[in-house]
Design a protein around this ligand. Structure first.
Ligand code: KMH
Ligand code: ZN
Length: 275
């Protein structure tokens, strides 16, 4: 089995310091959290950005400054900026980080409920995002929140509307209103991906670690972080993203799976090696 790639989704767009005071907003806090996750074993940082007061933004310059600051401290880490942003944002607003030519970015694979909100990803929006990623040479991480999102994106890939093989999927399960984080649902999704693809499982809320466990033994990869879950265990707030990553490393180690470095993750994901 390949080594395990751990992604840390260090801040997200929705969680707040009120829920966990360690959620990062400022540039310094983002760097602190990226370093804690990386030092614990994360090869990838999934990046959302906030204004200093916590307001989610997709501003290109904010992404540039935050990603440059993380890069200065962690020269080899893989960064996957979000094109999902926060619910209610317009497609053009969400696309801004692709103007920075990151090696990867998220591409969300369909509309879904998102708690009390709607996360809007129409076919024209997804075609525009796919076109931009083809033009800018960006490898998408395909975010599937619902079972039908997989078929949608595979059909688009067959038509050449989004980048094709080898594809990287992130099955984000357990968002309120979306597909639940069960082993059966994860197995169904994994069975549907083309040979040669890679995949990651993200369990939201209380499912963070119960979905990580099957992903580790099935040969997939794992995402954890404050975007998805604020707790280390029932009732215990995590002090850092690093604590969440450390827990996944302990689980993988017990199960006999090594942890991929960023260089190893680049190879597994068919990304260009760093010069
Ligand atoms: N904040 C969610 C509405 C992504 O990063 O591409 C969407 C999200 C997905 O976080
Ligand atoms: Zn995200």
């Amino acid at each position: 089995m390949e080594k395990l790639i751990i992604t840390a989704a260090i801040c997200g767009a929705e969680v707040t310091k009120k829920q966990n005071p360690n959620v990062p907003y400022t540039i310094e806090e983002m760097v602190r959290e990226a370093k804690s996750a990386y030092n614990a074993g994360a090869a990838i940082i999934h990046v959302h950005v906030r204004e200093d007061d916590g307001t989610p933004t997709q501003d290109r310059e904010r992404f540039r400054v935050v990603m440059d600051a993380i890069r200065a401290e962690l020269p080899d880490v893989i960064m996957i900026p979000s094109t999902g942003g926060a619910t209610g944002m317009k497609p053009e607003e969400r696309l801004q980080p692709t103007e920075l030519f990151p090696e990867m970015a998220t591409l969300d694979c369909g509309t879904c409920n998102f708690g009390d909100e709607i996360f809007d990803n129409t076919m024209p929006t997804m075609r525009a995002f796919g076109k931009r990623m083809i033009e800018n040479g960006i490898k998408p991480e395909y975010e599937c929140f619902e079972m039908g999102h997989l078929d949608t994106i595979l059909t688009m890939a067959r038509k050449g509307e989004v980048p094709g093989a080898p594809m990287q999927f992130n099955f984000v399960l357990g968002v309120p209103g979306c597909t639940p984080a069960t082993v059966q649902n994860l197995a169904w999704l994994v069975n549907g991906i083309p040979a040669g693809s890679t995949w990651t499982a993200t369990g939201v809320g209380r499912s963070a670690f119960t979905l990580a466990a099957p992903a580790i033994v099935m040969g997939g990869n794992v995402r954890v972080g404050f975007e998805d879950n604020l707790y280390l265990s029932r009732g215990v707030l995590a002090k850092s993203n690093g604590e969440l990553v450390e827990k996944v490393v302990r689980m993988a180690t017990e199960l006999g799976r090594g942890i991929a470095s960023p260089a190893e993750a680049r190879e597994i994901l068919s990304l260009k090696p760093l010069k």
